[in-house]
Design a protein around this ligand. Structure first.
Ligand code: ACM
Length: 767
């Protein structure tokens, strides 16, 4: 077939000579780099009109590896929303041509891609390089002008060999389809390591044939509250799920097809409740355990008997038969040692084994497993706690409590994967929007995730190669469904991928934001429920209820331009652009959206401000009370079992909300809508941080304090239970005052196993 050539759109201010020979960063700054995520190491614009994908275009390979890559390219292009392209038998009849070039000296995983008028040529030294070339080609053809690619030469290879994503399938379980969808998305971002967190306190999710109870018992729990009751019969309703060995092999093969290694995690010696519930002889105490429906840090540890070590080795033996990856993750995190300290038998074993303290005891187990894995030609990796008590040099450390553990480990000569909770935890929410799903409301914004640098400046130059790369972790206590999971992962996983792949000097958040909107369209084509919140507009208002005057900020969390209307009519790119706070008078209806290249990035939001809204706040608009210890969570109700649930921002250490700087003049009363949710947290050593103000009546009180101290303005006894819908409306008069005050609104008493939470608060004017 013939390819019809059409001139490509080009930035009008740049003459052709300026376009050529730019590095990826320069090209990005000049706006000429196509919307590739991650950004390639070297992008050079070439002379020529570029390539246009015709209706009869074909992809082909000049060898087996090339043909495999051509087939992958066809899938990738379709996933990205591109047209169907057939696979040709050879490169002769193809326009997208893949060729193995073993003679080329390229860095690992690298490839060269050349777009010319006649097509796209990709060459690499191996399958993986050709695959990444296919990923880039598919993105080029789903760029700003779909089906067209500008003439260019790309020489590309990753910065780090470990570009990871960890998925917790223990707290909540994902279908095979969802796992494969995530693997597809990983491949589209050139992520190459899937760390699968398969065992924890709340579930054992991997079939081990020698120990069938691990899944027969260990894969089920009864969730707390309504979610754990059949709505029709009232009988317990279990939450169950595990992957058979056949399914696990299927996942591994699917991942391998996309050049992703799958690293299993078996968490030892803590996070072990599900295993101990299945086989009580593995535990330290004689207490029978059930699989808990609580979150947090549990006390339960594996015991230190030889038979338990053998159990772990037997499990690992089946694990390494399933998982071909070089690494096996053995956890090691958050193993509070109280049970070992309290157990005479464990103390005796420590003496027998020569462990001088519990850290050394843990280290003994890790070393034993490490020796076992080495014997089977595998390498041990674990969370940074495995450094405590000593670690064999071959072990690799995953640094999650910050980067310090990774810095120490790399300085000592261990390989390290950086995955600090401060930047790489995808259960931390990404904006302050009320539309965020449940999770941890400390935000890790897209920018924060993007700006994480895995190689600490303090690390000596000769130790830097020990930093294998970085990884995003998705722990799933609060992420019950695929929609929320995908919301949390995307687009932040794109930011993590770029840090893992692109040279440090090329990374540039502003450039990333220019390339991102096209990536969102690819997500849409893949059916990925990426977060809309970073692309919406949030409204912050500060109003005076006595005058009806309100100052309004309209903010897009990523800084994309915001346009708005003030009469509630539809907003478009021609509507006024927001540049500074608006002084408005209520009532007013604002519609606002963020725009990129004339198109809204997400559905517009409409805000109605009236006299009532100036006197109302919901939980997401309130702060935390001063002085309290804090563990802020965004939690959902326990029911209904399926479907939408109410969500609350609550400090589980102290249920108290702060409304700052309230003008109480003319206020006669307060109304609080309160919800009640299960309190299901094990806090281990943090337990003493919980500080509930003492209750004065049987079920505690709703209290409102001016400036968060002194005699409460309001102290209203709480009912024994909420109404049938899980909420209760609490109303009380407020004494006359002409003051401004910071209002602290709290629930007193220790109401476990439930927790009262604030849904909204409204002040009512005095008649
Ligand atoms: C972890 O977050 N406990 C690794």
């Amino acid at each position: 077939m013939t390819t019809s050539l059409r001139p490509r759109r080009r930035a009008p201010w740049l003459g052709p000579c300026l376009l050529f020979g730019l590095s990826a960063l320069q090209a990005q700054a000049a706006g000429t780099v196509p919307p590739l995520v991650p950004l390639p190491a070297h992008y050079q614009a070439d002379p020529g009109a570029g390539f246009v994908l015709g209706d009869a275009a074909r992809a082909g390979g000049s060898d087996d590896a090339g043909r495999r890559a051509a087939a992958r390219f066809v899938d990738l292009l379709r996933q990205n929303g591109g047209p169907a392209v057939a696979v040709a038998d050879s490169t002769g009849a193809a326009q997208i041509r893949f060729r193995l070039d073993p003679s080329a000296t390229r860095p690992a995983e690298g490839y060269r891609l050349k777009v010319s008028d006649t097509g796209i040529d990709i060459s690499a030294g191996d399958d993986v390089g050709l695959f990444y070339g296919a990923v880039t080609a598919a993105q080029l053809l789903t760029g700003d002008t779909p089906g067209q690619a500008a003439a260019a030469t790309i020489d590309d290879a990753p910065r780090f060999p470990w570009r990871g994503f960890m998925l917790d399938s223990a707290r909540h379980f994902q279908s095979m389809e969802e796992i494969k969808k995530l693997l597809d998305a990983m491949a589209q971002h050139k992520l190459n390591t899937f760390h699968w967190h398969l065992t924890d306190d709340q579930g054992w999710r991997m079939e081990i044939k020698r120990y069938p109870e691990l899944t027969a018992v260990g894969s089920c729990r009864v969730p707390l509250g309504d979610a754990g009751r059949d709505p029709a019969s009232g009988e317990p309703r279990r939450y169950c799920g595990y992957y058979t060995q056949e399914q696990i092999r299927d996942v591994i093969a699917y991942a391998a097809d996309r050049h992703i290694q799958v690293i299993p995690e078996i968490d030892v010696p803590g996070h072990a409740t599900a295993a101990i519930a299945a086989y009580p002889e593995l535990g330290v105490t004689d207490q029978p355990l059930v699989i808990d429906n609580q979150w947090g840090v549990f006390q339960n540890l594996f015991n230190t008997e030889e038979s338990t070590f053998q159990f772990l080795e037997n499990v690992l033996e089946e694990v390494i038969q399933m998982f071909p990856a070089r690494y096996v993750h053995v956890g090691g995190d958050e193993a509070v040692k109280d049970q070992w300290i309290a157990s005479a038998r464990v103390q005796q074993r420590m003496r027998e084994l020569g462990a001088k303290d519990e850290m050394e005891m843990q280290s003994h187990i890790i070393k034993r497993l490490e020796t076992f894995l080495e014997r089977h030609d595998r390498r041990l990796i674990g969370w940074d706690e495995i450094l405590e008590g000593g670690l064999p040099p071959e072990a690799t450390v995953m640094s999650w409590r910050g980067t310090e553990g990774g810095l120490k480990a790399a300085s000592e000569g261990h390989d390290v994967v950086m995955t600090p909770v401060t930047h790489m935890y995808m259960d931390y929410l990404q904006t302050d929007s009320p539309d965020e799903p449940p999770g941890r409301p400390t935000t890790i914004t897209l920018q924060k995730a993007y700006e994480f640098e895995p190689v600490p400046d303090e690390l000596a130059a000769d130790k830097r190669a020990h930093i294998l790369g970085l990884q995003a972790n998705m722990f799933n206590e609060h992420t019950r469904n695929d929609r929320n999971l995908e919301h949390n992962l995307f687009p932040r996983l794109a930011a993590v991928a770029e840090t893992g792949w692109s040279p440090r000097a090329q990374r540039d958040f502003a450039g990333f934001l220019q390339r991102l909107p096209r990536q969102l369209q690819r997500y849409q084509a893949m059916g990925i429920a990426y977060a809309r919140t970073p692309f919406q507009v949030d409204l912050r208002d500060k109003g005076e209820h006595r005058t009806g005057q309100v100052r309004v900020d309209l903010v897009n969390p990523l800084g994309y331009p915001v346009h708005y209307t003030l009469d509630g009519s539809a907003v478009d790119a021609g509507s006024p652009r927001y540049v500074q706070p608006l002084q408005l008078e209520v009532p007013v209806r604002i519609q606002a959206a963020a725009f990129f290249q004339g198109r809204p990035l997400a559905a517009p939001r409409t805000f109605t401000l009236d006299a009532g809204s100036l006197l109302a706040r919901d939980d997401t608009q309130l702060g935390l009370c001063p002085g309290d210890p804090k563990l802020l969570l965004r939690l959902e109700d326990d029911g209904p079992a399926d479907g939408e649930r109410a969500i609350f921002n609550v400090n589980i250490f102290s249920p108290c909300w702060l409304w700052s700087d309230v003008d109480l003049t003319g206020i006669g009363g307060i109304a609080v809508r309160a919800g009640r949710i299960p309190y299901n947290f094990q806090l281990a050593n943090d337990e003493p941080s919980r500080t509930f103000a003492p209750a004065r009546t049987a079920h505690g009180e709703l209290e409102v304090l001016a400036d968060c101290k002194g005699t409460p303005l309001v102290s209203l006894p709480l009912p024994a239970s909420p109404d049938a819908d899980g909420f209760v409306l609490l109303e009380a008069p407020i004494p006359a005052s002409a003051a401004r005050a910071d209002l602290c609104i709290r629930f007193t008493g220790d109401t476990r196993p439930d927790l009262w939470t604030l849904d909204w608060v409204k002040l009512t004017p005095r008649d």
